[in-house]
Design a protein around this ligand. Structure first.
Ligand code: NAP
Length: 238
């Protein structure tokens, strides 16, 4: 059995670590400078759209695909669905659950980065922007002081915000210290879900700060979707 595991997430690395008895090739887009390589075989870089991925599945005699990419990597997921269908290969999507508000949270849901930027001036003046590199230009015109945290710097580096280069997982104490140090009064995030970057939400709650959450893209229709690494591993072993 040969599996293509579309990765770039902690869940994909965990799954690869559990499947060392299966012929798995993990695939990374190769966007970050310091790649976190999973166990086992790895390929890096785009496939060249749906046609390229379809050819790759055929050329490599792939028996199953697991799309464990980030919930916001919607293009890759769309391509995986189309290519798996074209090549006649079963596909599973592993998608961690989104976050949910609890008591004390002041969350504001929006559909896009542009909508978040429009809402922000009504909520605060000093922004902690934690949506990664992609899409931060939407916030360039808010006129609000902004601390933008990303793994790698956007190209070209933005001049309208203060950049903080860092990579999770993050702890609540450190997030509290960061929010206080910069006198942040509003936080912006994508609904990525998961434990690794959740600490900012706990910190915002403790400081009674509003949080703007960008809704994740819809899950694909017509393919099985699971939420945990264990469920993905058992699908592959069936
Ligand atoms: P995307 O917009 O959905 O995909 C754009 C293109 O990048 C795809 O069409 C594909 O190129 C290539 N690509 C994406 N993931 C790939 C993979 N695992 N292996 C090979 N090629 C891949 O993706 P994205 O949002 O830029 O995310 C890129 C990677 O970063 C993903 O692997 C994702 O898991 C990870 N990541 C994303 C986020 C996020 O917020 N978006 C956060 C953390 C990690 P071709 O069309 O040439 O095949």
């Amino acid at each position: 059995m040969k599996v293509l595991l579309l990765g770039g997430t902690g869940e994909a690395r965990e799954l690869a670590a559990q499947l060392t008895d299966i012929d798995v090739v993990s695939s990374l887009a190769g966007r970050t400078k310091d790649l976190r390589l999973p166990d086992g075989a790895v390929r890096v870089g785009g496939f060249g759209g749906v046609a390229g991925l379809t050819d790759w599945l055929r050329d490599n005699a792939v028996d199953a695909v697991v799309d464990a990419t980030h919930p916001f990597a919607a293009t890759m997921t769309e391509h995986a669905v189309a290519a798996a269908r074209a090549a006649g290969v079963p596909l599973l999507v592993l998608r961690r659950p989104g976050w949910g508000a609890g008591p004390g949270d002041d969350w504001h849901w929006v559909n896009s980065a542009a909508d978040a930027a429009t809402l922000l001036p009504t909520l605060g003046q000093r922004v902690f922007l934690t949506i990664g590199r992609q899409g931060i230009d939407a916030f360039a015109g808010t006129g609000l002081w902004t601390l933008a945290r990303c793994v790698d710097p956007p190209e070209p580096p933005p001049t309208w915000c203060t950049l903080l280069l860092d990579r999770g997982p993050y702890a609540v104490d450190a997030e509290l210290a960061l929010l206080r140090q910069h006198a942040i009064d509003v936080v912006v995030t994508k609904d990525s879900g998961g434990q690794q970057t959740q600490a900012k939400l706990t910190a915002a709650r403790e400081l009674h700060l509003p949080v703007v959450l960008i809704q994740r893209p819809a899950a694909p229709n017509g393919v099985p979707v699971v939420e945990t690494v264990a469920a993905a591993a058992s699908w592959l072993r069936k």
